[in-house]
Design a protein around this ligand. Structure first.
Ligand code: AP5
Ligand code: MG
Length: 211
């Protein structure tokens, strides 16, 4: 199964991608995670991406598209994948269609996680990540054992000013993807409000993989 997850920052894309990809036995490919790993590793790719990420803007398409093309060319993605955070504009969606077409494949579905601005701001503001395990918590909705632990950090783009710009960038550049995939008959809307398990169940039902 070849899937993409679309949705505003904080809608729960990463949370759901982890669970759904494991359930379906396909790799989860999160462009945000790949960029963040490169930023912490100080790689040339990380250096290019950092200023855009800190501002909440999109990293330029040529950088992002090449990175995704390389990742999709790896063996584990040959029969399926779940992309989290890519594509993020219509240009990237066209590039993805081209990459798949060249490989004799096509996308199955685009899952849109739908959540209000108020809810995503609440989710982003309370998000904390474990340095040692990478696990994502929420101070209120999925609290870590010790909320004051030195092991926890807040993502640098989860500051209020950056959240505001990420929402603006989503509305202006990413939301048009919904129409793009609707026109291809591939869009499925998933209500992202509710418990994590409920949202997962809705997504699995929508893709016909519910147990
Ligand atoms: P990226 O890392 O993709 O960030 P994002 O899209 O802003 O989304 P987030 O990761 O913030 O949120 P999420 O939807 O994954 O939510 P999560 O599951 O963590 O991108 C970061 C940056 O990288 C971009 O700004 C850009 O600069 C660059 N970039 C990435 N891809 C790019 C591309 N294709 N092109 C160009 N640039 C790109 O959940 C959030 C919180 O809510 C957590 O605390 C979680 O515990 C909690 N939560 C989750 N589900 C629920 C629920 N059901 N109920 C209550 N709480 C919940
Ligand atoms: Mg994420």
């Amino acid at each position: 199964m070849r899937l993409v997850l679309v949705g505003p920052p904080g809608a729960g894309k990463g949370t759901q991608a982890e669970i759904i990809a494991e359930r379906l036995g396909i790799p989860k490919i999160s462009t945000g995670d790949i960029f963040r790993a490169n930023v912490s590793g100080g790689t040339p790719l990380g250096l290019k991406a950092k200023e855009y990420m800190d501002a909440g803007d999109l990293v330029p398409d040529e950088v992002t598209n090449e990175m995704v093309a390389d990742r999709l060319a790896q063996d584990d993605a040959a029969d399926g994948f779940l992309l989290d955070g890519y594509p993020r504009n219509t240009e990237q969606a066209k590039v993805l269609d081209g990459i798949l077409k060249a490989a004799g494949a096509e996308l199955d579905l685009a899952l849109e996680l739908v959540a209000s601005d108020d809810e995503v701001v609440r989710r982003l503001s309370g998000r904390r990540v474990s340095k040692s395990t990478g696990k994502v918590y929420h101070l209120e909705f999925d609290p870590p054992a010790d909320p004051d632990s030195d092991d926890l950090y807040q993502r640098s783009d989860d500051r209020p000013e950056t959240i505001k710009n990420r929402l603006k960038v989503y509305a202006e550049q990413t939301a048009p993807l919904v129409g793009y995939y609707e026109a291809q008959g591939k869009l499925v809307e998933i209500d992202a409000i509710g418990e994590v398990d409920e949202v997962t169940a809705r997504a699995l039902t929508a893709i016909g993989a519910a147990e």
